[in-house]
Design a protein around this ligand. Sequence first.
Ligand code: MN
Length: 215
Amino acid sequence: MSFAFAPAPPVSLAVAGSEARFPVRRVYCVGRNYAEHVREMGGEVGRDPPFFFMKPADALVTDGRFPYPGSSSDVHHEIELVVALGPGATIFGHAVGLDMTRRDLQAAAKKLGRPWEVAKGFDHSAPIGAIVPAGEALASGAITLDVNGARRQAGDLSEMIWNVPEIIAELGRLFSLQPGDLIFTGTPSGVGPVARGDRLDAEIAGLGSLHVEVL
Ligand code: MN
């Protein structure tokens, strides 16, 4: 088989303690999965259940360098637990991720009832750390984000509205989940803007930390 031009290289992530890399297929995301974040975004817990959206796999950033995107002056951080799926929709492992968001474009899209790709799926919108292998879902543990050493987001994985098994079950009703799929599971409260030169330190108990520089 020949290609009309060279295909894009496959996207993959480091796996802690292994030479083998995790080949990424799709990147699913959960919106509004922590009650305090639902409230800070103007929603009502119970009335506005979590939901799904996607980012392209090549939006993942693995070198800790996040270039401030164009077309926005209000780019927010959202720290999230990322679940990595293996064969049969089993849990292969977890990683620390950031769902970077052009909040101004998202607000405009919400107002007009338009889709979210320009707000959520832009290039470099998904910084992520190495996958830490695990046989079962992380159910609890601190999840925190500091910007330039100041705490901005703090929560616990146990505060998720849909826990990891529930997310996998819900998502599996809508899509055929495959090995290589990633799921960003939502962010706790405290989201806010970043600026060029900021240093983001994202940490989840048991997974270590992810350091990202805003360029
Ligand atoms: Mn998010």
